[in-house]
Design a protein around this ligand. Sequence first.
Ligand code: NAD
Length: 281
Amino acid sequence: MAQIIDGNRIARSIRSQIRRQAKQLGLTPGLAVVQIGSDPSSTIYVNHKEKDCHRVNFYSEVHRLPADINQNDVLDLIAGLNQSDKIDGIITQMPTPEHIDGQTVINAIKPGKDVDALGTISQGNLLIGRHQIAPCTPTGIIRLIDEIGVKVEGKRAVCLGRSTLVGKPIGLLLMERQATITYCHSRTVDLTAETSQADILVVAAGRPQMITAEMIKPGAVVIDVGINRVGTELVGDVDFEAVSAVAGAITPVPGGVGPMTRAILLENTLKLAVENRSPAS
Ligand code: NAD
């Protein structure tokens, strides 16, 4: 049976560390969350972010904007947050309504406050290996892998998914750790041929339980990023029961990657606060 990687436990320990560090530094880092519209899942995620800030004594602002807001008004809000002394990190909850270009909004966040590192400059810095922070979900995944003591160097890692949010950056971060990377996506011809070679498999497809036991190399580390609502349940992209019998380690859904994304958002906010408020900046 695979080791079950407890993201909740690791996230709790990251939060305690952050709380302690901020206190020692005498800092109250500030996070601003911008939500456009009232998509129910987005509302849950935004409420979590607000609650997480309170847990570590960060300052938090949540801007809940109507779905029909004009894009220029959103950009004006971001411009104000860029200037605010209380705010170190700004994040826009995705997806945005159709008439708003999400990437334009993200790019309006100044790079020094781009806490999910999804702006063009932050992504470019990640690509060339000059990043101070990286997107929260992939950073959280690396932390989970580190936490179970798996050495990434020389391993074969397969990333299923090529989104800007998860797939592409997790490949870059794993390659930075000296893994050999394969990206798979919706047009990959023989998925099983690829996934069954993986020492580390990261699945971010958004397809409930598409990864089955025969797609897994025995002993592999399987990281399930997917969050799918099936009826009233939340399930991942991996058939957890069957794959647990083959894999060496596996993340559950919920309780694996999700809590880590939230913890790293706080950690990135703290890092930006340290950077933004240092006397030299
Ligand atoms: P996305 O829709 O932008 O990308 C999905 C990717 O999967 C695409 O690159 C696509 O080519 C690939 N794909 C889709 N179907 C496939 C198939 N049948 N075979 C092979 N590849 C396939 O999604 P995303 O934003 O990267 O998110 C992926 C999943 O991760 C979603 O379920 C999302 O909710 C979840 N997610 C979770 C967290 C977290 O913190 N746990 C964070 C971000 C996203």
